[in-house]
Design a protein around this ligand. Structure first.
Ligand code: FAD
Length: 366
């Protein structure tokens, strides 16, 4: 029989949601261990989403719960910007559009700083209206490294292991009775979960060097091909790099960049912000390209799955019949399917995950 674990829970997955949840549980005094196929340092792996995000805080929340998560994370980013500006930076945002469907009245206008409509004279030619505010841009690789470092310092092991079924995670470090399933897109194929609602939304971007660009841009343009958008996200702590995007292609599993998409991204970004080409540049071809990137957002019909599922494990068929007749009661906290919002919702999701876990454990011990 596997030995009882020194840990209260195993976190399956080391993307932003697995790490932020591990951090919240550790801060609440729980002992956790992390296992994952891709580790936070695997910045070249297209098998998980977290290294490939832009990323910025520009909420898509459509209900109270999501707004709470995003608002909590906004406050955390504000703290980072003060104490560790290479993780997050307070940045001017400029959002413009040329149709009626713009961003003129987002729910978060009182969360971000200094929200205001652009004056007509400030709206670039070819666009109808725009707004300006300040929010946060973040550096995903640095946030992953920061959280992983904090966790390791707190004694949390982060170990590479791919599991085929969710049940395997319950005995990865001796027997635990709680596993956090933060497997992102992996939840679609993970045996015992096999969630058919999970699907990729492919995001192709270009990482460019443009130290002169300090504003984050977002453009609504209905002339773009379906599944394409225009955004520019300056990345803090990155020696003047910006992320130029990009695509949102549902059910597209290709992790290889496409040349024609990359060229369109560069052309569209240059139209909005010619400064990308540097002080002497005269065309999109003068933008200094650092890398062509593709990441698959772990999306889910109906949004994030964040709930506890109670299960029974019957893996003791090797034991004598008497022991085999008592299956072990365990619980999974599912935490996957956040889609395009993993960073901006991360610390709010982790707080909710912690509330669910501590509530469950105190009920189970009563
Ligand atoms: P993942 O990062 O995919 O991590 C999943 C983890 O589970 C990995 O460690 C993986 O190895 C592990 N795993 C899976 N299956 C198994 C298994 N069987 N056994 C063991 N381990 C397993 N978000 C924002 O908030 N703002 C943005 O501006 C933004 N921009 C983006 C731009 C692009 C181009 C892309 C691609 C994404 C963007 N995102 C943004 C979204 C964000 O990147 C994701 O929401 C987030 O990374 C999802 O994190 P996750 O932890 O849920 O999943």
């Amino acid at each position: 029989m596997p030995a009882k674990s020194p840990y209260d829970a195993v976190i399956l997955g080391a993307g932003i949601l697995g790490l932020a949840t591990a951090d919240a549980l550790t801060s609440a005094g729980l002992r956790v261990a992390i296992i994952a196929r891709d580790l936070p340092e695997d910045l070249d792996s297209a098998a998980f989403a977290s290294p490939w995000a832009g990323a910025n805080w520009s909420s898509f929340a459509s209900n109270e719960k999501e707004r709470r998560r995003d608002t909590i994370t906004f406050a955390k980013f504000a703290e980072f910007a003060e104490t560790n500006p290479s993780l997050a930076r307070r940045t001017p945002f400029c959002y413009i559009w040329h149709t009626d469907a713009g961003y003129s009245n987002p729910w978060y206008k009182n969360v971000v700083y200094n929200f205001r409509p652009l004056a007509k004279s400030e709206v670039p030619k070819a666009y109808k209206e725009g707004v300006q505010f300040e929010s946060f841009t973040v550096n995903p690789p640095r946030i992953l490294a920061y959280l992983a470092g904090r966790l390791r310092d707190a004694g949390v092991p982060i170990v590479r292991r791919r599991v085929a079924s969710i049940d395997e995670a319950f005995s990865a470090f001796g027997e635990v009775s709680l596993v956090v399933n933060a497997t992102g897109l992996g939840a679609r194929g993970l045996l015992g979960v096999e969630d058919p609602l999970v699907h990729p939304v492919r995001g192709q971007t270009v990482l460019a060097r443009a130290p002169g660009v300090q504003t984050c841009y977002g453009v609504r343009d209905s002339n773009l091909p379906p599944g394409e958008a225009v955004y520019i996200i300056p990345r803090p702590g990155s020696d003047g790099c910006v992320i130029l995007g990009g695509t949102n292609l549902k059910d597209d599993y290709s992790t290889l960049p496409r040349k024609e998409t990359a060229e369109r991204i560069l052309q569209n970004a240059y139209k909005v912000c010619p400064a990308l080409a540097g002080p002497h540049g005269t065309s999109w071809k003068d933008i200094e390209i650092v890398a062509h990137n593709v990441g698959l957002r772990p999306s889910r019909e109906g949004g994030l799955r964040l709930e506890i599922e109670e299960r029974e494990i019957k893996h003791d068929y090797l034991l004598p019949a008497a022991a085999a007749s008592t299956p072990r009661k365990v619980a999974v906290l599912h935490c996957y399917g956040i889609g395009p919002a993993g960073y901006q919702a991360s610390f709010g999701v982790a707080q909710e995950a912690k509330e669910l876990v501590t509530g469950y454990l105190s009920k189970a011990q009563a």
